[in-house]
Design a protein around this ligand. Structure first.
Ligand SMILES: CC(C)(COP(=O)(O)OP(=O)(O)OC[C@H]1O[C@@H](n2cnc3c(N)ncnc32)[C@H](O)[C@@H]1OP(=O)(O)O)[C@@H](O)C(=O)NCCC(=O)NCCS
Length: 217
């Protein structure tokens, strides 16, 4: 690995960098801005649970004093669902309202797409949480990809999950994110299922991947 890159546990001062990278890489590794304009809301939805409610399961990669990538992990996905539903989403909805997000045409197009997917039976995620209770998100700045950072971040989280005695990890990735899928398959994840998600201009699918892990200790 490149000597100038270090992987270390998350600390509070990394929060802004994680939020920035989440928006810069959210659309299959590309910036989110052409899909949704309000980065504050996107960062809340994508990262707030991990940085604010389970910070000990996140690692960052640093180069030259800057955070260039991260892995947001969650050891208990049922807890994640509860905290998202009762804490993160309500606060984010209020914030979005106060920031005028609902006055934007893109928000209404997105909401209509959500309703359409729901009516077509989308959002039916069949993730066997007894088998894959943990989940993760991994995002690296474009200039720092292909340098083994993703592998090292993944190893850290798999090790933690193994030490906690968990059976497996799942994750989701857009079906058309060929790079992300190739990486996860290389890391030993296998396809479990797929479900429909709305986009601003078309609908696409999310793939659910799972990996069983060996318990440590
Ligand atoms: C996907 C991502 C996390 C991979 O991290 P990375 O640091 O670039 O990957 P690494 O350098 O650690 O690669 C680890 C292994 O995966 C393989 N790999 C990584 N990207 C690959 C790709 N696009 N195609 C094929 N193999 C790939 C590498 O060849 C390497 O295998 P090897 O050691 O046998 O050569 C990173 O590119 C990224 O952040 N992309 C944008 C955000 C994203 O799509 N996140 C995932 C979906 S939410």
């Amino acid at each position: 690995m490149n000597n100038s890159i270090a992987v270390r546990p998350y600390s509070r001062q990394d929060r802004a960098s994680i939020r920035r990278i989440s928006c810069d890489t959210a659309d299959k590794g590309e910036p989110i801005d052409k899909i949704f304009h309000d980065r504050e809301i996107v960062a809340d939805l994508l990262t707030r649970y991990y940085t604010d409610y389970e910070p000990h399961s996140t690692w960052v990669a640093e180069s030259g004093g800057n955070v260039v990538g991260y892995l947001n992990g969650c050891l208990n996905t049922r807890r994640y669902y509860k905290i998202m539903l009762f804490r993160v989403l309500p606060r984010t909805l209020v914030k979005a309202f106060l920031r005028g997000v609902f006055y934007k045409k893109e928000s209404w197009i997105f909401s209509m797409a959500l309703i359409k997917v729901w009516r077509r039976g989308g959002f039916d995620r069949k993730i066997p949480l007894y088998k894959y209770p943990a989940h993760l998100h991994i995002n690296i700045d474009s200039d720092f990809r292909g340098k083994n950072i993703g592998r090292i971040l993944m190893e850290r989280f798999v090790e933690l999950a193994g030490k906690k005695g968990l059976n497996g990890i799942h994750l989701t990735v857009k079906e058309n994110n060929a790079n992300g899928r190739a990486f996860f398959e290389k890391m030993g994840f296998a396809k479990l299922d797929r479900y429909l998600i709305p986009q601003m201009d078309h609908n696409s699918y999310i793939i659910i991947y799972g990996k069983e892990i060996a318990r440590v200790g």
